[in-house]
Structure formats: C-alpha cells, structure tokens
Design a protein around this ligand. Sequence first.
Ligand code: NAD
Ligand code: 89V
Length: 340
Amino acid sequence: MLRGGLIGCGFFAMNQLHGWREASRARIVAICDRDPARLAEAGDTFGIAARYDDAARMLAEEDLDFVDIATTVGSHRALVELAADRGLHVICQKPLASSMDDARAMVAAVAAAGRTFMVHENFRWQSPIRAAIEAVRGGAIGTPFFARASFRSGYDVFSGQPYLATDERFIVQDLGIHVLDIARALMGDAVRITATMQRVNPAIRGEDVATMLLVHDGGATSVVDCSYATRRQPETFPETLLEVDGEAGTLRLDAGYRLTVQTAEGSETRDVTPRLADWAERPWFNIQESVASIQQHFVDCIEAGRAPETSGADNLSTLALVEAAYLSAAEGRSVDVSEV
Ligand code: NAD
Ligand code: 89V
C-alpha cells in the first residue's frame, strides 16, 4: 500500500480525496493546508488525523511514498522540489507551472531523485475522451489528418474557483491546456500554433475565448476552440466535443456523450456516458471519474516502474503549446513551438 500526503485541501482536492478512497494499493495518510478551516473540513470529511499547516513539516514527520499537490500554480515549483528533495514520487495539478523554465526545473528535480512525476492532466483520462483516443490509436479511422476539439460553455466556473476571474490568464491556462492535451493525445505533438484570444465577459480579467490552429508533426491539422462566453442550451459543461477525420473514416464525440465512427463499412454510434460515482454530481461527474482514473494510473506506473502517459516530461509539450498560444495571440503571428 503506497502512502500519500496531499498538499492543498481546496475546491478540487475534494475530488482527489474521493478518488484516492477508490484507488487500489494507495491511500492518503496525511493532509496539509495553510487554511485551518479547509484543513479541518477535509480531515473530518475523509477521516484523516495527520494534519499539517506546513508542507515541509509534513514531509519531515510522515513516512510517505508520494505527494499529491493540489494547490494553485504559484506554489507548484517549490512544493515539487521539496518532495523531490525528500525522494518522493509526485503527482501535481495542472497547470504545472507558469513558465517553461519552472516546469523544466521541476521535471529535472524529480528525475534527479529517480522518482515518478506525473501531472494531474485529467481530461484525456475522461472515459468518453479515452474511448475516442483508443479508437483513433487503434486505427478505426485510419491515419487522422484533421481534428477539432471544442469546449464551449456559459457555465459559472467563477463561484467555485474565484481566482479564474482575477488571474491575468484565464481560459487557455486553465481549460485550453486540457483541450490542447487532448489534441496531442489524438494527433501527436504539435510544432506550430496560431491563436486568437478575446475577453467577452467584462467582469473578469483574463481571456474567456480562444481559438487555436495547430500543425502537428507529419502535417496533420487541428483546431482547438474554447469559450466560457457561450450561452447555449443544452449547456454542455464540462464536455469536450470532438471531430476527427482520418484517411479511412471519421469519428465524432457529440454532446450527450455519443461516440460515432463512420467508415466505408457503415456507421456505429455508442453511448459513452461516464460512470456516476456515488460521491460525484452532475455535471461534474465526467471530470470526477477521470480523477479516480488518472490517480490509479499514477499508482500503477509507480509499481511498474514506468513513465505515466501524462508524465511531467510529457506535459512539457502541452505547456509549451499554452505558452506558444499566448505568444501567438500577443504578437498576432504564428509561433513555432520550439520558440518557447
Ligand atoms: P483552491 O484555491 O480552492 O485550493 C488550493 C488550496 O491550496 C487552498 O486551500 C490553499 O490554502 C492551499 N495552499 C496553497 N498554497 C499552499 C501551500 N504552500 N501549502 C499548503 N497549502 C497551500 O484551488 P482549486 O480550485 O482547488 O485548484 C487547485 C489546482 O487544481 C489548480 O492548479 C487548478 O488549476 C487545478 N484544478 C484542476 C482541475 C482538473 O480538472 N484537473 C479542476 C479544478 C482545478
Ligand atoms: O478542469 C479544470 O481545470 C477546471 C475547469 C473545468 C473549471 O476549467 O478549472
């Protein structure tokens, strides 16, 4: 049984604690938060007695195998380096860092400690997205040449996560990062990106609409479009809708979790609605299920001694797309990902 310590007991960490309860061969034995109310609520809800207001003290006093970092981005580098210094495996929430230099330093620190480092990049672990990825990777539509990954919603994300309204960067750093990662999972790494960004909601600081055009290794194209300014019914939060064209067919993931594959042999549509765990709620259950899945993947990879699919090193390529998208929008030009 792997013993974990969770740092950050805020809004999203509640899902992670539920996910850890479901995990095989791992559990959270200690928690840490600077905010006493959040620490008490998480400890009481999940029956965890070992509670700390200081991460360094938790790591010094507890006998841990891994840490789960569920704080916001500004603290990620210091906490990852602290865990690496103590020789622990690390899973850290997205966005991994707010600069490529920080992210590269974090990957290097855990690699030097010889431990497993995974980013909690969970959208590609959503079961409907996973079904699409597996169909494409399994050759169901032949070699893909075009993809569209689209997330458009008017859902109020600001009440649960107030920092999303006040941070300088919003939709690409918070949500586009997931959708760019899905594009990579479907189409492979991207080498070039062109992005436009808009702020439609005047009450927030950052951009709430982004449209990105990606050129992948080998020449395939994808369009990643994200909006939190789209008022439509039915509201599809938090679904990412997909359309992938391949040389032998097309795949679509439509609203309502319906996956269609069309080839010369015909068309097949499957219901790929995620599991509604007893601790989950609509509309978040899609994301909540993926939390349990990604955390189990982390445990499985530690035990097998293999790199997670969404490892820190892999995530550098997703983060580079985020940085390149902001550069592209700021300078009004197409950006080669190697520039960042
Ligand atoms: P939050 O502000 O609600 O919670 C963060 C908690 O960390 C707070 O309680 C804060 O007191 C604590 N904290 C901060 N620095 C600390 C430190 N050095 N030591 C101890 N405690 C510290 O934030 P949130 O909305 O839960 O987001 C946390 C992270 O999860 C963010 O990076 C966010 O992007 C990510 N997130 C991911 C998903 C997803 O689907 N993958 C969804 C929502 C949020
Ligand atoms: O998944 C996330 O990172 C969340 C949300 C879905 C609200 O964008 O912040």
